[in-house]
Design a protein. Structure first.
Length: 272
């Protein structure tokens, strides 16, 4: 079952990277063989033999397959690391081009100051929220207050973005929910005040409340992001976030005051 699952996932991922179904199936089949004819590829991939040649030609044009012009023709996949790097380069090149094209499109209208400072927006998915968190950290000029509610969100790239904010002169205050996570953050991020947070409401306060607050970010006391999840180590789509900007934004004001009541280490005698 594991082999079947891995094969299906590999094919699905390759399709997500731009290969068509038969191309993905043919490539996965070739990774299982030292070399193969079109018939052999067809036998283990369920790609019709007449379609194997078209699929392999596309794979060759992408640098994923080598062809030996014998009789019959022999095909083999490039090394897995090489194939992954080739696909990564193509994906990143397309992403860079997409970014440039989108930036060059004229906006249909201009957002007003009121819109940007008083509205609250929602975002879903850990990957999207990770990216937004790093974007907001990239805007920090004076202060970053970050509460890490779970180990899963404390990725290397996020901590690197925190360190870069410190490099720009922002002061760092980082709360964690455990001592091991505090120790890891301290060893990664220099010149930061790091402690085990006294915010008891990070985890569900009610018996039937399984919602966890996975992260809280306050940038320059005027931009806030709060994310929650039912399963902190679960699927990407489980995490949800809200964020807002503006010193007088209601969400920013409320969370800023709530955080101010709990930004003390749990061992502090002032915490009841």
């Amino acid at each position: 079952m594991d082999d079947i699952s891995n094969t299906e996932q590999a094919i699905e991922l390759l399709q997500g990277l731009g290969l068509k179904e038969y191309e993905a199936k043919a490539f996965v089949a070739l990774t299982r063989l030292p070399q193969a004819t079109a018939k052999e590829i067809s036998d283990i991939s369920e790609v019709p033999r007449t379609r194997v040649y078209d699929a392999v030609r596309v794979l060759e044009s992408k640098g994923l397959v080598e062809i030996q012009h014998a009789n019959p023709q022999q095909f083999r996949a490039v090394a897995i690391d090489e194939a992954a790097e080739t696909l990564r380069d193509e994906y990143e090149a397309k992403t860079d081009t997409l970014r440039r094209r989108l930036e060059e499109i004229e906006p249909a209208s201009q957002a007003t100051e009121a819109e940007s400072t008083h509205e609250v927006w929602a975002l879903t998915g850990r990957t999207a929220i990770d990216n937004r968190t790093k974007q907001l950290l990239g805007e920090a000029e004076e202060e970053v207050v970050l509460i890490l509610g779970t180990e899963a969100v404390a990725t290397e790239s996020l901590l690197e973005a925190v360190s870069e904010a410190r490099g720009r002169g922002a002061t760092l205050v980082i709360g964690t929910v455990s001592e091991p996570l505090r120790d890891r953050v301290e060893s990664t991020v220099s010149e930061a005040e790091v402690f085990v947070s006294g915010l008891e409401w990070l985890h569900g306060a009610l018996p039937d409340d399984d919602t966890e607050i996975t992260r809280i970010l306050l940038v320059d006391r005027s931009t806030i992001l709060v994310s929650t999840a039912h399963d902190s180590d679960g699927a990407d789509g489980d995490e949800q976030a809200v964020f807002g900007r503006g010193f007088d934004n209601g969400l920013v004001t409320i969370v800023r005051r709530l955080m101010a009541t709990g930004l003390l280490p749990v061992e502090d005698p002032g915490i009841s």
